[in-house]
Design a protein around this ligand. Structure first.
Ligand code: PHE
Length: 534
């Protein structure tokens, strides 16, 4: 069966007809899609005009196909009777033509007077017959239609044909009709200009409706985009970025230095991922001189508390105003403030375990880094603003809004005589820059801040208050062992990067944003910029 149709075939067929043609009749075996594509290419050149026509198509059933091939049941009966030498015994008919043809065919052959019954035998009543049914089905098979609707109704009743509604096209010659489709030029070439071919060339018109080719480009993950926004806000507010390039911390920097009691439930297996190999690090000490190329804002080299190559517990400052950092003394001061209390605090009055301090953990918050930075700041106390945006780990049950690892946005401000009012005022400015204008503060508890405030923002889209952050003024028990002067106050706050990203990008499940379930199409397909700020 032919199943291709070239535009030139359509033109040839059309030129043989005076009037319009119907594709279903002219090309009955070509699929709709192929017909349409041939017509479309001719239509764009205005060589034809066409319009869709809905019509009823008649097609043969399986049984109908059989009749068209082998003849009708009644014709088979007639042939069998004619072939018998002296009539055909009624009971022998099924043997000759099969049960179905015998049952259906004998009545019809009798009614048409092709055969008659004579003493228990069938005999022919005529010499020759015309198998009309077969002829009708042959016609239908070719043209999928039949001129006399009564015949179609009758054949349908006999289940030899069925009908279905199909779209075909009425096609007529267009203003540019010709029998040959000229290839249209898509480019005006130097050659065409040189030979003069451009004068007669048919140029293909521009298709301004064509879709552009998809651009192969990289895409930033939404978390990266929102991170970028936060970084811009921090930089324009005078913050310096903290070096957060390590995931593993000691219990000392993650908990102890923050005055988090060693018996605190957050240190349980429940919330913290402990490292098993190696399980512990050395006590805090200064970095070896060439340990890191990264320079901290206050000029001292960044330290890796777990770095076993470090040998000294003091560091020599470059700035003459700076006092040397004495890690041994700091560690002792922290152990004292926990166990017996100091700096006007009664402490936790529980033994302080050095082993607990040395345990290695995946950092549960970036406040470990802030603490480390503040300790370095204490060597030369002065107003400072630090921020970081990086990954933290918590041993939590994963659900639509919680992951065991996520990103924390953290800021700390150190200055003389800071107040709680100042913290609230700062939060209002900071979050307004993210498009969050209505804030509420709720008293909360952190072991390392007092007072502590949970921050809620009103989300107009969700029409409710959502928790957006945690904040507070760092406790003297944390700041004074570092050597920061008493009138130097520090406040800090932290929030997840995921929460605002989910709100801004309409992501309902955090697992679609981070982790192995992230769909690359989502990353590639989301807008490069968001024009709204809310
Ligand atoms: N560390 C806190 C948290 O993980 C955030 C915070 C930082 C709170 C600094 C107060 C001060 O939620």
């Amino acid at each position: 069966m032919e199943d291709q149709l070239s535009p030139n075939q359509v033109l040839a067929t059309l030129s043989k007809h005076d009037g319009p043609i119907l594709t279903a009749q002219a090309f009955p075996s070509i699929s709709f899609v192929k017909v349409k594509s041939a017509l479309d290419s001719l239509k764009s050149r205005e060589m034809i005009i066409h319009s869709p026509v809905e019509r009823e198509e008649v097609i043969l059933t399986g049984e109908g196909e059989g009749v068209a091939e082998e003849g009708s049941h009644e014709a088979k009966v007639f042939e069998a009777v004619r072939a018998a030498v002296d009539g055909l015994k009624i009971d022998d008919l099924p043997k000759m033509v099969g049960n179905e043809s015998a049952n259906v065919g004998k009545g019809k052959a009798l009614k048409a007077k092709w055969i008659k019954m004579d003493q228990g035998k069938f005999r022919t009543s005529t010499d020759s017959i015309t198998d009309i049914t077969r002829d009708q089905l042959a016609t239908i098979r070719k043209s999928r239609s039949y001129p006399d609707p009564k015949v179609v109704t009758d054949l349908k009743k006999r289940k030899l044909v069925t009908t279905q509604r199909v779209i075909s096209f009425k096609v007529d010659k267009g203003p540019n009709f010709s029998t040959e489709m000229v290839k249209e030029e898509t480019d005006l070439t130097a050659d065409m200009l040189a030979t003069g071919a451009w004068k007669t060339a048919k140029l293909k018109p521009y298709n301004f409706k064509a879709m552009g080719a998809p651009a192969m480009s990289g895409a930033l993950h939404p978390l990266n985009k929102v991170r970028h926004e936060f970084r811009q806000i921090f930089f324009e507010m005078g913050f310096e970025e903290m070096p957060t390039n390590k995931y593993v911390e000691t219990g000392f920097w993650n908990f102890d230095a923050l005055f988090i009691p060693q018996q605190h439930p957050a240190r349980d297996q429940q919330d913290t991922f402990f490292i098993s190999d190696p399980p512990v690090a050395d006590l805090p000490r200064a970095d070896p001189p060439a340990a890191s190329s990264q320079t901290l804002p206050n000029g001292s080299p960044s330290s890796t508390p777990a770095d076993k190559t470090a040998t000294s517990s003091t560091s020599t400052p470059k700035d003459p105003k700076e006092r040397p950092l004495d890690y041994d003394a700091y560690f002792k001061a922290i152990s004292t403030v926990h166990s017996t209390g100091s700096h006007n605090s009664i402490g936790y009055r529980a033994p302080f375990s050095v082993a607990e301090s040395q345990r290695l953990v995946l950092r549960t918050h970036t406040t470990a880094i802030s603490t480390y930075m503040l300790y370095h700041l204490a060597a030369n106390p002065r107003p400072a603003r630090y921020f970081s945006i990086d990954r933290v780990f918590r041993n939590e049950t994963v659900d639509a809004t919680h992951l065991a690892e996520f990103h924390q946005v953290e800021g700390v401000i150190a200055d003389h005589d800071l107040t709680l009012g100042g913290l609230i005022g700062f939060m209002e400015v900071f979050f307004a820059k993210m498009g969050i204008h209505k804030l509420r503060f709720k008293p909360a508890y952190n072991p390392y801040t007092e007072p502590s405030l949970e921050i809620f923002g009103f989300h107009p889209g969700l029409n409710k208050w959502v928790e957006i952050g945690n904040s507070g003024m760092f406790r003297p028990e944390m700041l004074e062992p570092m050597g920061l002067p008493r009138e130097m106050r520090v406040y800090g706050w932290g929030l997840s990067l995921e929460r605002p990203t989910m709100i801004k990008y309409g992501v309902k499940n955090i697992r679609e944003l981070l982790g192995h379930k992230v769909d690359l199409a989502f990353v590639e397909g989301n807008p490069a910029v968001r024009l709204e700020k809310d």
